[in-house]
Design a protein around this ligand. Sequence first.
Ligand code: GTP
Ligand code: MG
Length: 170
Amino acid sequence: DSIAHKIKIVILGSSTVGKSSLMWRFHDGSFILNRTSTKGLSDITKVIQANDKNVSLNVWDTAGQERYRSINYLYIRQAGGAIIVFDVTNRETFKELEMWIKEFTDHCEPSAKKILVGNKIDLVDQRVVSQKEARDFAKKHSMAYLETSAKDDIDVARSFQTIAEKIVED
Ligand code: GTP
Ligand code: MG
């Protein structure tokens, strides 16, 4: 079948939140427990169905480490949307969301969409950011909120589906 839309998204968030893990889980179902930190950019493309149409979704995985951040805006500018990720077991990554949201909204196209994802929900005993707190934060920023585990494959595809549909619907 033919491709109705070609869209690009970026995954943003602090180092170790699981951006690369989410992308690879989505792309080929793989998961590595000790993944090395991303230095350059890498991307995948996957065809999905959104609103009954074939959509080619190009996903760019960015580097969360501070010293690599300066190039992210080049990709943000070309993106139809972003998945902004934090780690529910790491409060610092939740605090840094304000910075990531600003980074995205300062450089993106006016029509670009964004959603919030809280990753690592499999680590139930280590959780420090509650679902309510994250949901309230997302609401304040007019973002949909989803919780994922790249490790256990919980709602990973659904997160990519959600951002794709928001972009296609527009
Ligand atoms: P940078 O590339 O440095 O920006 O980090 P990143 O956001 O890409 O994080 P990455 O995907 O490399 O994951 C960091 C670590 O967390 C890795 O050791 C992963 O195996 C682990 N990890 C990622 N997602 C999950 C998850 O859902 N659950 C658990 N338990 N561990 C996870
Ligand atoms: Mg990475």
